[in-house]
Design a protein around this ligand. Structure first.
Ligand code: KIV
Length: 266
């Protein structure tokens, strides 16, 4: 087996100009498959909400749901670093509550790091967490938990003022001890500038080719929800279509008496 990936390995990868591969997973079989495929970082994203649990967005996701799915993913991993998202309202009210909840994801669920959305407003919280030995990945740009404030899923940092704010937030997160930062839906040039200015790695999603790594949502990358398509996603399979067609074949074979046959009995 290849060497287990740790938090310091990610910075080393940046220094070596090796790109970091990150993908989400939400259960044991998918975690096992992506781990065997050599993904470096597996994120139990709160995208769990709209990809697996049937919620409209990530806002309703609870700590209990994140712990349940992080435990399941943990059981499928051998090599990849396991990062769990801090869901909406698990970290905003006080740094004490944030540390307690991050601790649950590490201690009760087996995550090796947590990811948290936001910039200046959570810098103190990130500082406290990292001070207590909890590795933190930041998340800037389009932060989906703020979808109501943004009024939709839009590219962030298009004007000089908001670009500067994202640059400053990235520097603050690094200063607070974050070991990496996700840049979601920010213009490629800005993502490149931030990546150059930081010593910690940036992980892009919809942020162009100049980040130090890339993350996608498992279901998007594999086309599991065939009706959803996004410009920032490349689909490497059409599993949704395959699953539907396979299920149709199964249903018609059962109805026509073609399955099961004697071969499938005892
Ligand atoms: O929840 C999630 O899956 C994420 C990634 C898309 C970065 O935050």
């Amino acid at each position: 087996m290849k060497k287990k990936i740790t938090v310091p390995d990610l910075r080393q990868k940046k220094e070596n100009h090796e790109r970091i591969v990150m993908l989400t997973a939400y259960d044991t079989p998918s975690a096992r498959l992506v781990d065997e495929a050599g993904v470096d970082v597996v994120l139990v994203g709160d995208s769990l909400g709209d990809n697996v649990l049937g919620y409209e967005n990530t806002i309703p996701v609870t700590m209990e749901e994140m712990i349940h799915h992080t435990r399941a993913v943990k059981r499928g991993l051998r090599r990849a670093l396991l990062v769990a998202d801090m869901p909406f309202m698990s970290f905003q009210c006080s740094w004490e509550e944030a540390v307690r909840n991050a601790g649950r994801l590490i201690k009760d669920a087996g995550a090796e790091a947590v990811k948290i959305e936001g910039g200046a407003a959570i810098a103190e919280t990130v500082h406290r967490m990292t001070g207590f030995g909890i590795p933190v990945m930041g998340h800037l740009g389009l932060t989906p938990q703020s979808v109501n404030a943004f009024g939709g899923y839009r590219v962030q940092g298009k004007d000089a003022y908001s670009a500067e704010r994202i640059m400053q937030d990235a520097a603050l997160l690094q200063e607070a001890g974050a070991f990496a930062v996700v840049l979601e839906l920010v213009p490629a040039e800005l993502a490149g500038k931030i990546s150059k200015s930081l010593s910690i790695p940036t992980i892009g999603i919809g942020s162009g080719p100049l980040c130090d790594g890339q993350v996608l949502v498992y279901h998007d990358m594999l086309g599991i929800n065939p009706d959803r398509s996004y410009r920032h996603v490349k689909r490497y399979a059409e599993l949704g279509v395959e699953i539907r067609q396979a299920t149709e074949r199964y249903a018609s074979e059962v109805r026509e008496g073609k399955f099961p046959t004697e071969e499938n009995g005892f």
